[in-house]
Design a protein around this ligand. Sequence first.
Ligand code: PLP
Length: 375
Amino acid sequence: MDLLALQTPALLLERTRLERNLAAMRERARSLGVALRPHLKTAKSAHIARLATAGGPAAITVSTVREAEYFAAHGVSDIVYAVGITPDKIGRAAALAARGVTLRMITDCVEGAAALAAFEPAEAGPLRVLLEIDTGAGRAGVLPDSDALLAVAARLTEGTGAVLDGVLTHAGHSYGCRSLEEMSRVAEEERSGAVRAAERLRAAGHACPMVSVGSTPTAVAARDLDGVTEMRPGVYMFFDLDQATIGSCGRDDIALSVLASVIGHNRHAGHILLDAGALALSKDVSAAEIRPEIGYGDVCDALSLEPLLGFHVHSVHQEHGMVPVAGDADYERLPVGAKVRILPNHACITAAAHAHYDVVDGAEVVERWDRVNGW
Ligand code: PLP
């Protein structure tokens, strides 16, 4: 099928770019001597999970219990659920363990540790847990040198409900970097903080075999991952304008875009209207922090994906995207009914509004892959 025949808005995935991104990250993990446990929070697709883990163990990271259930139903049996567990979700996680899935949960507080420790082990054995460490992002996790690290570990291992398999950290502050050099520095903070936490836990008598790190910028820029066992980047599969703007990828690595149609010319306001607004693109303007003109996304030629210079989605309503234009020549360039593609600021959030990918190779839609949304 010709991609121009798709109903819009549609989420397009460039197969060649996706495969290139996946292969490059596999090679990085190999050369750094760590396992790759890709984070499927961006792709949320069983098809992409298979491609991302090809040639290695089918070990993945997820951001919702719903994703864990979906990927387990598609045969993935080694999963880290990398968002702090709440007691009411332990039952769903244990049900997956009972079906033979190695599902590791994370916690960073004594309340979570107590709930996990109180679990009554069934045939599948105790729950498998990683302690979340804050290596500088300031989002979640205990600090590597804190008393809380040992207190949470002690509480977790008091009962028979859970075993401590190691530590996990996500250097989210790598998104504040503006060069590969800065990303390398944050990658070293991520590595050394996680390794220090693991060493302190070992000194306190915990085995702590896993040391799991990861964000896309640090995975791209890390020089050395000594003491780390695995990395968990996710957005590298698609990349986006945010990543291109901070320098962790090139613009030509961006594999995800939204196909949209021109639905009107508002000559008195001076803009072209697209049928891709806040729902199809998201309201994320992360790349605009560095390049304000980007707004809600870069407008590109529908077939070549080359930027249509000077065209950006400047504002959005729920289903409308507005592209300011300079004059009549611009309206002629993009007549009503014309199709364009928008490169997104933040691939994870843009993809989350869509039920599937239309996978494209050149001008052809070659496949349709489903996604799992929700919690
Ligand atoms: N691990 C955790 C815990 C995360 O929250 C994330 C992303 O939010 C990742 C890994 C993947 O990082 P990125 O989105 O930079 O690829």
